[in-house]
Design a protein around this ligand. Sequence first.
Ligand code: FES
Ligand SMILES: [Fe+2]
Length: 455
Amino acid sequence: MLSQQDNEILTRVGPGTPMGEVLRRYWTPALLSSELPGPDCDPVRVRLLGENLVAFRDTNGRIGLIQENCPHRGASLYFGRNEECGLRCPYHGWKFDADGACVDMPSEPPSSSFKDRVRARAYPVHESGGIAWTYMGPAETITPFRDFGTESLPEKNHLATKLQSYCNWIQTMEGNVDTAHISWLHSWDGAADIEDDGSDKPGYPSNKMTWKFWMHDRAPQLEIEETWYGFRYAGLRETPNGHTNVRITEYVFPYSTIIAAVPYNTRHLMVVPIDDNNCWRYNFEATVPSNPQGHGGAPLFSFGPFETPFTRRVGGITPRNYLAEADYNIDREVQRTTTFSGVKDFVSQDLMVTESMGPIYDRSQERLGTIDKAIIRMRNQLIRSAKSLEENSDAPLLALSGPDADFRKIRGADKILEEGEDWRYLGTDDDPAVQEAEEALRASEERSPQPAAGD
Ligand code: FES
Ligand SMILES: [Fe+2]
């Protein structure tokens, strides 16, 4: 349960709000690179952290991200002409470059120097991994771009997607750090009958068998370890053969998670607030997949009776075919006989529960249990940061830097533990599964400079 005051701090992201100021200290996905396919292509509206912006790719291929309303009298620059290294307002022809400078003001006398004093609010853009990222905080506190592994990712491995959700970003984040719900929301009756393929023993289970584990132990125990970037937590479940299956999820402050997968995973789910009531669910590969089972080949949830909407093999904006107005196409007969949710599409099962809370859930009404430990930790880190930054604009923030800060080394993991094995090294550089995969990747890179892994 949260006080209404803390709920406000946690959920509001507009300019000047405590959480909005925290989020503005991090480079944030603004749009997919593929939304601006080439120089001088059509501009795109971008709503981000409650601000209306317009993005355009100029003649040199550079992306500009500037205020949507023209600084003159407010016409939308979305309707502007993208030409000769700038976006020209359709109303009186004022033209702005990617830095927001007014480079032409043909409606004023040629002798006028007024244009030199007019600027559009503009945010810097950095393209990486098929995403155009931006920094919306104060220029004097600009933070380094966080390389989750996308900087060296070959273009053919840019598999970024995004999906819009019509609820506050925290509701989506809470679903991403809630390993317990997979045993319920995403379950289906047949999972209990999956035949033991011999991988229910210490080591790496098949993906198929992990479904069976989720159904077998539907009240996982949670253990949390705080880190320089946020925390990682383990969901521990007993398997049918009496072993312990661990799923390790990473929380990378403020809005990213890396979900568990066998043997480990670097695919990010990043939740980007559009405004207080809407968010984008970004999904992107952070490294070249080196293991076809865990994080490169088949989509994570390729087994079971569900459709997966991840279009990550091609990238782009995932369409919303399952909407609240149609009750997410819930099939009550299927719900009675086959699946727990009755919703066919895997991610839409999540959307159904998170969006049905309403745009911003009032957390003073909730009753939290032991399965909500990770959610509580995430909220605490967020609220604490928002309050301390409000008090002191130089307050240190999580997950920006640190003595061992290397964002490429943050990995989710999934394994059946040996007797007495501690889960904490899994997915780290000390994990032999990681070492082996990285070794294999290095070898394949040496064979061909553009690795073909992942196809
Ligand atoms: S409103 Fe844009 S040039 Fe006048
Ligand atoms: Fe889910």
